[in-house]
Design a protein around this ligand. Structure first.
Ligand code: ISE
Length: 336
């Protein structure tokens, strides 16, 4: 099997993490081109990769010799343009979440993919590749706790980056729970309500943090998400499913409990690249194998679109304070 040549678009935190992953923990692929608007950074990153070219223009990177697939890890608002360019070149794509911040952009990608008549896009909803999430999904699918009634979710970050906005708590953070809930339950989200307590004193001025997001689903379940991106103590993602015949909980992160000096305790990951490192590895391995075989698996454009539609309803809900219904177009045959 030949090596898959990847163009990585965006050499920031996530792009850099994926570049390190390719070649180190993911075989069968190599980075042949890198793009980033920061010319000095991209030159430095590419120089450390044998035979990789550096670009400030994503389209040029994707059109570079030896490129078979594109990994898009630029900021969300830049995704649409790059995904459309990749589709025009017929490249399989792994695009970091959110596919687009708004449903209109995702619909344009969906139209382009339908014109091609085949699916080429995977969205980087990496929780679907996390061992604990996979176990919970298997349990729910097997009816192990009966019909799901609630998902109680907690999503905490130690601190938020300086560019983070109140809307991004929904479009960039809760979007993970949106996808996880749709996937775990096999249902769409139909309505969103957002409640906000008085902001934490640890939150930067003007940031509505934390927030409580309530999602209603097409199967009659309720998902509550505490999103708290300046919790201070670490990166924590937990989910408890409550069904008619039991409950199941993941994300306690008790891999090792140490008892010493009259105390017991363990460690909390500080960052998503640590907590979900295995999931990112597995996601990329599976995408590389599928792309090399001319296929795309995993969450696709429909999932990116549905998540963006829920985010849009969430933004309206947080602005108006009202329960907001999620509007979805009819699911096209390519995504059924
Ligand atoms: C970030 O982009 C992620 O994807 C993390 O998983 C999430 O916890 C964080 O809130 C986002 O900003």
């Amino acid at each position: 099997m030949s090596t898959l040549g990847i163009a990585v678009i965006g050499a920031g935190k996530m792009g850099g993490d994926h570049i390190r992953r390719i070649g180190r923990t993911v075989g069968g692929a190599r980075v042949v081109a890198v793009a980033d608007p920061d010319g000095d950074r991209v030159k430095e990153v590419a120089a450390a990769l044998e035979g990789a070219s550096a670009h400030t223009d994503p389209a040029a990177a994707m059109a570079a010799p030896g490129v078979d697939a594109a990994l898009i890890a630029s900021p969300g608002p830049a995704h649409e343009e790059s995904v459309l360019q990749a589709l025009a070149l017929g490249l399989p794509v792994l695009c970091e979440k959110p596919l687009t911040p708004d449903p209109a952009g995702a619909l344009r990608i969906m139209e382009a993919e339908q014109r091609l008549g085949r699916r080429l896009v995977q969205v980087g909803f990496m929780r679907r590749y996390d061992a604990e999430y996979e176990r919970l999904k298997e349990l729910l699918d097997a009816g192990g706790i009966g019909r799901p009634l609630f998902l109680h979710c907690r999503h905490r970050n130690a601190s938020s980056p300086s560019f983070f906005t109140s809307g991004m708590l929904i479009t960039d953070s809760v979007v993970h729970e949106v996808d996880a809930a749709r996937w775990l339950l096999g249902q769409e989200i139909t309505a969103v309500t957002v409640l906000s307590p008085a902001p934490s004193g640890a939150a930067p001025e003007g940031l509505r943090d934390p927030r409580l997001v309530l999602l209603e689903t097409s199967g009659g379940a309720i998902v509550d998400v505490e999103i708290f991106v300046n919790c201070g103590f670490g990166y924590q993602v937990q989910c408890e499913a409550v069904g008619e015949a039991g409950s199941a909980r993941i994300g306690d992160g008790r891999a090792m409990v140490v008892q010493a000096g009259g105390r017991w305790g363990g460690e909390i990951a500080q960052d998503f690249t640590v907590r979900f490192a295995d999931a990112y590895d597995r996601q990329l391995r599976r995408w590389v194998a599928a792309a090399a075989a001319g296929r795309v698996e995993g969450p696709g454009t429909w999932d990116g679109y549905a998540a963006a539609a829920v985010s849009e309803a969430g933004l309206t809900a947080s602005r108006t304070g009202a329960r907001t219904v999620v509007e979805l177009v009819e699911r096209p045959p390519l995504y059924r």
